[in-house]
Design a protein around this ligand. Structure first.
Ligand code: SAM
Length: 302
């Protein structure tokens, strides 16, 4: 059964939002080549900063190392299929090109506060991306943000299937955006007649609160495998609270429990309940005993 959301979007607001962001609305209906995107990073200065690139300047991975393109599960309609570069090859390429956020002596899995695992593909990201491709019915024109994107598959599912007006991708590490998210975007934009506006942000969720133009600016916020560390719940909660439009929906795809790390669905939901800003319900649950997973739907409480 298709799953649909009732968004209230005034096209006027979309225009205002883009203007506030300093990106011309005139690029909306043009072909790939002339579209601008914003690149915002707080990595070096602690401040959010915006740069402009053309879509045909979006970086690619070098062909001789990264040769394999994979198709997301559930990509049955070629017009709405999602492809992505092979994570193992991207990691090798990132290491060779000084784009690995950790040095070779450190674990390449995840180093808290340094590298948060964005160069791997985690299961719940595929869950959410496949669900958005196969089950969700979204109206066109949404402003979508993916938090903690890594490969960016959920954002790409929206881009391919639901005709959003804007998709913003955030990752803790700018290297991840450069090495994987941006090349994946380029891969999936190639045959789109009307690509949405794209934005890329690097840095901590804590920095998003300073991004004034984004207050309430997203109708749909997506995030996968981002509730593993309870120490980050406050930042993630505040980022959602800052970014989500009044009638917006956030979809959080996660494992029911993160053994050895401490986070879990129940801890996160308890946290939400204590803060009292969001209601939550379950959009999807897999009951596989080894790896129970869930997609939570969050809305602002009235
Ligand atoms: C385990 S990875 C998941 C990547 C991708 N969503 C997936 O499921 O394949 C967690 C992601 O959350 C983001 N992240 C974690 N903690 C963060 C924080 N405190 N601030 C900003 N981003 C954070 C990182 O960008 C990282 O890519």
């Amino acid at each position: 059964m298709a799953f649909s959301f009732n968004f209230q979007i005034d096209p006027k607001d979309i225009g205002n939002d883009i203007d506030n962001f300093g990106i011309s609305t005139s690029c909306e209906n043009q072909a790939n080549k002339s579209k601008s995107i914003g690149l915002i990073s707080d990595k070096s200065s602690g401040q959010l900063k915006e740069l402009s690139l053309e879509l045909d300047e979006l970086p690619v991975c070098e062909d001789d190392v990264v040769t394999s393109v994979q198709l997301l599960k559930g990509s049955t309609d070629p017009n709405a299929s999602v492809s992505y570069y092979c994570p193992e090859e991207v990691s090798l390429w990132a290491k060779a090109n000084d784009l690995m956020p950790v040095d070779s002596e450190q674990s390449t899995d995840l180093v808290s506060g340094v590298y948060e695992g964005g160069l791997q593909l985690w299961e719940c990201s595929e869950d959410l991306a496949t669900w958005l491709l196969d089950k969700a019915e979204l109206q066109p024109g949404l402003r979508v943000m993916e938090l903690g994107c890594g490969a960016g598959l959920p954002g790409l599912s929206c881009l391919r299937r639901h005709r959003p007006v804007k998709v913003a991708f955030q990752d803790f590490n700018p290297e991840v955006l450069r090495a994987w998210t941006m090349p994946n975007c380029r891969l999936n934009l190639a045959d789109l007649a009307r690509p949405p506006q794209l934005e890329f942000l690097a840095g901590s969720w804590a920095g998003l609160a300073a991004w004034e133009a984004a207050r309430g600016a997203f109708d749909l916020v997506l995030t996968a495998e981002t509730i593993y560390n309870p120490d980050y719940y406050q930042q993630l909660h505040d980022a959602l609270s800052h970014l989500l439009a009044p009638d917006g929906v956030a979809l959080v795809a996660a494992k029911v429990s993160y053994f050895g790390v401490g986070g879990s669905e129940s801890l996160f939901c308890d946290f939400l309940d204590r803060r009292g800003q969001f209601s939550h319900s379950t959009a999807m649950r897999t009951e596989s005993a080894a790896l129970a997973r869930v997609i939570l739907e969050l809305r602002r409480r009235r």
